[in-house]
Design a protein. Structure first.
Length: 266
């Protein structure tokens, strides 16, 4: 997997130059998702420009700051032998998750996809071919999502996905808008760390430490299943988060909470 936290670095030029004066200018046609990381239980801050843009299109990256709820999400581009252990931990701890998959994963690891569905986890659309979605035409965007959904239906019987996540966290307003037109809501994240280098493990303690350090109420956690570190750290993280008073819930309920809040505000 390529860098999903690139937003924290690239956003310096894109956000602080392009967004500073006009967040939706031509200069800022492509964004890399990034935020100021959570510390000491305080939710992260993506900035007013990102908050406004996402809110306009119903995109979500965190839950309510006064509810100790965690939402687990995983990005799966290819299988590296650790997803089974992750599913074992989720089943044992009764923690729901959403797996954002690519077309490659649907074809190459279909038994695991069927297990995810059978055990009650959600399937998200990470595109069919993992391109830079912001560079595509609107028709090409639609093709990426719909081709994935067609294969998902053919191989699992699931009709379609409703949650999307752009590869590498790269997006723009056209992408969010086109997704909305086709019935997709974008789900970003509020907790993440460098965990996509399958050949550069940093150990269980590293993954556990990052998860605990960034943990906050309403956390939408992104992890990659290619990492042995995540598979090793997940059981202890879930147990210890529960000891701190956290519960684990589904993205469906996060969206329902979002809709309830916005119906009150309207």
């Amino acid at each position: 997997m390529k860098k999903h936290l690139s937003g924290i670095l690239i956003a310096v030029s894109i956000v602080f130059i392009g967004l500073l004066f006009n967040p939706f200018s031509v200069v800022a046609e492509q964004f890399s998702w990034g935020f100021k990381k959570a510390t000491e239980g305080n939710p992260p801050n993506a900035g007013a420009a990102f908050d406004s843009l996402l809110d306009k299109h119903g995109a979500i990256y965190k839950g309510k700051p006064d509810k100790k709820i965690v939402y687990l999400t995983f990005d799966n581009g290819y299988e590296n032998g650790y997803t089974g252990k992750i599913l074992d931990a989720l089943k044992k701890e009764e923690a729901p998750a959403t797996f954002f998959l690519t077309g490659h994963y649907l074809k190459s690891a279909n038994p695991l996809v069927k297990r995810m569905i059978a055990e009650g986890h959600g399937i998200g659309n990470h595109s069919y071919g993992h391109p830079n979605m912001a560079k595509l035409s609107e028709q090409e965007m639609a093709n990426e999502w719909q081709k994935f959904d067609e294969l998902l239906y053919e191989t699992t019987g699931v009709q379609r996905t409703v949650y999307a996540r752009p590869p590498e966290g790269i997006f723009n307003e056209r992408l969010l808008n086109k997704g909305n037109e086709l019935g997709y809501r974008h789900i970003f994240w509020s907790v993440a760390f460098i965990d996509w280098h399958a050949n550069k493990p940093r150990g269980k303690a590293f993954a556990y430490g990052e998860l605990m350090k960034q943990l906050h109420p309403g956390a939408v956690i992104l992890m990659h299943t290619v990492s042995p570190d995540n598979a090793a750290a997940l059981p202890d993280f879930i147990k210890d988060a529960k000891k701190m008073g956290y519960t684990f819930d589904s993205i469906d309920n996060l969206v329902l909470e979002y809709e309830n809040i916005h119906s009150i505000l309207r």
